[in-house]
Design a protein around this ligand. Structure first.
Ligand code: PEP
Length: 247
């Protein structure tokens, strides 16, 4: 069994004062967590958050990384820059990036490659829309999204974290049931096993309205190795409760 991993996705929330309050609250209550913990912060706050959590049990992550290595890409932040500033994890292919920024499966796969190339662990998000679920396409969609990442990253995929995030569950308060999530996680595990002999060690997180009330049930499923948490990661007590549920 792999160690569980709870990662917070702060999205475009926070301020220097709010980050300070949130991280000091988490550090005061976290004790010695039995799982891995990370917060994926807006890139502008990487330096501040690194200063607050360096040397603690909370690791630093971001929410995106450039598909380009370096050069004339105004506004972009490269994997090497993130690594230089103490970042360990980068979410790639979040549905909000796919939806609002036109990120294709190929772009997401390249981003994962850039992160891995610089020693940053990509948290690769896959997930179907409600329309795709209702059309019976869930399995085909997540397999297509993951296949692009496997294709581009070969044997390095054992270094990834995968997050199954059904789009209809993100930020809606309507989580997948533990059974629905486990069903898709099992599909992803099978796909990873076909590509890597180390697939059983790849953490597959669930994300989509995971909260203090439903975390235990979701995290008890065989192939759910942790959670990618949005809204509940902004509340100290809720995030701590989810971490405690990941034992
Ligand atoms: C997310 O943004 O990755 C997410 C899972 O959000 P929420 O927990 O708010 O649904």
């Amino acid at each position: 069994m792999t160690q569980k991993f709870i990662a917070g996705n702060w999205k475009m929330n926070g301020s220097t004062a709010a980050n300070d309050l949130l991280l000091s609250g988490l550090l005061a209550g976290i004790g010695q967590p039995a799982c891995q913990v990370a917060v994926c912060v807006p890139s502008i706050y990487v330096a501040q958050c690194h200063g607050l959590i360096a040397g603690t049990s909370i690791s630093l992550g971001v929410q995106d990384v450039s598909q380009h290595e370096s050069g004339a890409y105004t506004g972009e932040i490269s994997a090497a820059m993130l690594k230089d500033c103490g970042v360990r994890f980068a979410i790639v292919g979040h549905s909000e990036r796919r939806q609002y920024h036109g990120e294709t499966d190929t772009v997401v796969a390249t981003k994962a490659q850039r992160a891995l190339g610089c020693g940053i662990t990509p948290i690769v998000c896959v997930g179907e829309t409600l329309a795709e679920r209702e059309a019976g396409q869930t399995e085909a969609v997540v397999k297509r999204q993951l296949a692009a990442v496997i294709h581009a990253n070969g044997h390095c995929i054992s270094e990834l974290v995968v997050a199954y995030e059904p789009v209809w569950a993100i930020g809606t308060g309507r989580s997948a049931t533990a059974e629905q999530a486990q069903q898709v996680h099992a599909v992803l595990r099978t796909q990873l096993r076909a590509a890597s002999s180390k697939a059983d060690g790849i953490q597959i997180l669930y994300g989509g309205s995971m909260n203090a009330a439903n975390a235990k049930d979701l995290l008890a499923q065989q192939d759910i190795d942790g959670g990618l948490i949005g809204g509940a990661a902004l509340k100290v007590q809720d995030f701590l409760t989810i971490i405690a549920a990941a034992q």
